[in-house]
Design a protein around this ligand. Structure first.
Ligand code: ZN
Length: 300
């Protein structure tokens, strides 16, 4: 290369860098740029015309007769064009890659959305399940509470009943399977005075029982009363059981409410099997047994 052409080549190189830089920054038609660039290169190389078509550089010379500097400029322009092409294909590749990446991103987003939806569904199901469980637990707790309350109420009732039974003396009727045949103060030919007790008629041999707890103070044959047992209770009231067929207790025995003292009979002044029952407060004069029995909790 002739010595004189070196500065021209340096200028050429500089011009190429500048042109490239501009190309990379400007968004204008590439072909036009290229033509402009080639013209610029030719100018930089000190020529008045180069072998490329350009209206800016005057009439096109023939393809022959290019000086070495002109040939160099042309080669440089061609290299430049190839570089540009390669860059274009790179850009296309980049663009493709970008498109692919965008598609991949979109797919990933959709997948994530699906996952999120599924997760939401799963969460909803879990929440619903938890809610159902909570409801069931609440129901069970309420049931258990109600059950416990019912149990407590039953226990309280039983306790109250027990306390009442303890407070009030236990009482039973003197016999079972009976019907009342004569009431207190009833007038009748069989008695010297009006009737002094309550008659419970029942089959012979039916047990006769002490109506309350107490102590046996008589177990003997007593004239018109026949076989008679008397029991004194805690409050001093005496009850008597007459016309019995047998004795099951002796004087001094302690009896409970319901203890058998004898059996239905026909001893003494009687026309049929029954127990003549009397209540004598403080062991004195007899009173009507019916209200007394009712007051103490049994209904004859
Ligand atoms: Zn009687």
């Amino acid at each position: 290369m002739p010595e004189a052409e070196r500065p021209a080549l340096r200028r050429l190189a500089t011009a190429r860098r500048v042109a490239k830089h501009r190309l990379s920054r400007r968004n204008i038609g590439r072909r036009g740029q290229l033509i402009g660039l080639t013209a610029a290169l030719a100018a930089a190389a000190g020529t008045t015309a180069v072998g490329v078509s350009s209206s800016a550089t005057g009439p096109a010379p023939t393809s022959t007769g290019l000086s070495p500097s002109q040939a160099d400029a042309l080669t440089a322009a061609r290299i430049d064009r190839r570089d540009l092409g390669s860059r274009d294909s790179s850009r296309i590749d980049l663009s493709l890659a970008a498109t692919r990446k965008a598609a991949a991103d979109k797919a990933a987003k959709q997948r994530a959305a699906r996952l999120a939806t599924n997760a939401t569904l799963t969460e909803r199901r879990a929440l619903a399940l938890a809610s159902a469980k909570a409801v069931a637990a609440r129901k069970a707790a309420a049931k258990a509470k109600a059950l416990a309350a019912a149990k407590a109420a039953a226990l309280a009732k039983a306790k109250a009943a027990a306390a009442k039974a303890k407070a009030a003396p236990k009482i039973v009727l003197p016999t079972t399977g009976y019907h009342l045949t004569a009431r207190f103060d009833q007038a009748g030919g069989r008695w010297a005075h009006n009737h002094t007790g309550l008659d419970f008629a029942a089959p012979m041999g039916t047990p006769v029982r002490s109506v309350m707890a107490g102590e046996v103070i008589q177990a003997d044959y007593e004239g018109a009363y026949g076989r008679q047992v008397k029991v004194r209770h805690a409050d001093g009231t005496v009850t008597s059981y007459s016309h019995m067929s047998e004795f099951d207790v002796s004087v001094g025995d302690s009896v409970s409410a319901g203890s058998k003292v004898g059996a239905i009979g026909m001893t003494g002044n009687t026309t049929g099997p029954h127990v003549h029952f009397e209540v004598l407060p403080g062991g004195g004069s007899p009173i009507d047994p019916e209200p007394w029995l009712r007051e103490h909790g049994v209904n004859p």
